[in-house]
Design a protein around this ligand. Structure first.
Ligand SMILES: [Zn+2]
Length: 315
């Protein structure tokens, strides 16, 4: 049996999988992307975890390494200006991994990897036109048009998190203002919640948490228990999100929009207001032609599996 080492570098955790061609994950590792809070610590953790996942330390059955990350330029093999990673400046990640592990290395954007995973193994299997939106620390989109990944000239297309949602709105980690991911993503939900709390008189079940303990997941759990401020945090983000998804549908006419990543795990609280805002903003001809679906691949698994398909694509 042959394997791919699959690496999904995320703004919170970095996941590593030993994956076969059928999409079965035989072994997995995970570490906090920010452990050690430096570029050097990140690469030390990455390399030691890759060493651990190579069966018996023998890489003869491994065809290559597929890696996905936010803020990468696939055609140049680099991660550059990553707002949500402890990697500042520019890193030649493809050369670095290839040199250390003597394996071919393939790089793609994290949301594009999720789209590859959903298309091959998930809810978009068999579809030729779909969009996968990953709602994690940030927000990204992978767009498949006529059965092909829309890459743009250097692999940068689909940076949906940084389209301007509100002109001169919230400060974004990218340096600009009003980006979509400042309203809908794990960090966006947290900001919605804090903004909601500031102007609300109602009780909240999360009042005892320190700011650094507050997460989108905890806000989601509070919302499910009926916490009004938490519910509004999702509704506010979902409304802005749905409006922009309508723009995407008008541009690409996908069969489905798949919502993946940690924030999508909250389910109805996100899906219902998103779908409502989407359909309110669609032209009539599009309304019966598009579905909004959850990922079928578990939390953040889509990208890990998608990165493995980069390795097997030429076999
Ligand atoms: Zn931005």
């Amino acid at each position: 049996m042959t394997f791919a080492i699959s690496i999904d570098i995320g703004g919170t955790n970095t996941k590593i999988g030993l994956v076969d061609q059928s999409g079965k994950i035989h072994d997995r590792r995970q570490f906090s992307t920010w452990e050690g809070n430096s570029k050097n610590a990140f690469f030390q953790n990455l390399f030691s975890n890759i060493d651990l996942i190579i069966p018996d330390g023998n890489s003869s059955n491994i065809k290559g390494i597929g890696v996905d990350a936010p803020s990468c330029i696939p055609n140049q093999g680099i991660i550059k200006a990553a707002a949500n990673l402890p990697i500042k400046g520019e890193v030649q990640i493809v050369d670095l991994l290839a040199h250390n592990f003597k394996l071919p290395v393939f790089l793609c954007n994290d949301a594009n990897a999720a789209a590859l995973g959903e298309g091959k193994f998930g809810n978009a299997k068999g579809m030729k036109n779909f969009v996968v939106v990953t709602l994690g620390t940030g927000l990204g989109a992978g767009i498949i048009v006529n059965g092909k990944m829309l890459t743009g000239q250097s692999g940068l297309s689909g940076e949906m998190g940084h389209i301007t949602a509100i002109r001169n709105g919230r400060q974004c980690g990218c340096g600009r203002k009003g980006c979509l991911e400042t309203y809908i993503s794990a960090t966006g939900i947290k900001r919605n919640y804090l903004a909601q709390l500031a102007e609300s008189n109602s009780e909240t079940s999360l009042a005892n948490l320190a700011l650094n303990e507050l997460t989108a997941k905890k806000i989601g759990m509070a919302a499910k228990k009926g916490d009004e401020n938490a519910i509004k945090a999702f509704e506010h983000g979902a409304k802005i999100f749905g409006q922009h998804l309508a723009d995407f549908v008008h541009l690409f006419e996908p069969e489905a929009i798949i919502l993946a990543g940690g924030v999508a795990q909250v389910g109805e609280l996100l899906f219902v207001p998103t779908i409502n805002a989407l359909f309110e903003n669609l032209l009539p001809n599009y309304i019966d032609n598009v579905k909004v679906l959850p990922s079928a691949l578990g939390e953040n698994e889509a990208a890990l599996l998608g990165a493995s398909t980069l390795v097997f694509q030429d076999l």
